[in-house]
Design a protein around this ligand. Sequence first.
Ligand code: RP5
Length: 163
Amino acid sequence: MAKNKLKKVSIIMGSQSDYKTMVFCQKILKKLNIKFETKIISAHRTPKRMYEFAINAEKNGIAVIIAGAGGSAHLPGMISALTSLPVLGVPIESKKLKGLDSLLSIAQMPKGIPVGTLAIGEDGAINAALLAASIIGLSDLIVKKKLNQFRLSQSKSIKKKPK
Ligand code: RP5
């Protein structure tokens, strides 16, 4: 397995309606010059697409999968069941329960099949991309450097006194 080829992130989501949240992953990955692809894959509406994607992900050069889902939110767990690549779950803010359903569904995976769960909504999408960069940075010094620059400029942007 060539380390440097394995640095693409796959951003997947259960529905078009999740894209307004998951677009924040893309923004961060673009800033950090990390290659990515974006797809709609639904565990319950397109189960065959989900299966084909997950079993071929590693072969297709994916290093980390970020999966956004809302409601019963089984997509990240199902993907993790089908591949040993790291899977990061972003709970989408659902209309009925404000994303608490999504959060609990994604976080409460029974032992054996892990999903790294982020915060609900935009914060989770941004942090999922940053965490994907940390994972890729373990074997890619250019990504690690970009991530550290991002963090430094974030620190510098915080004023010492409130106005
Ligand atoms: C989930 O159902 C999706 O991840 C989405 O968050 C939720 C609602 O989907 P739509 O009814 O908006 O297509 O599968």
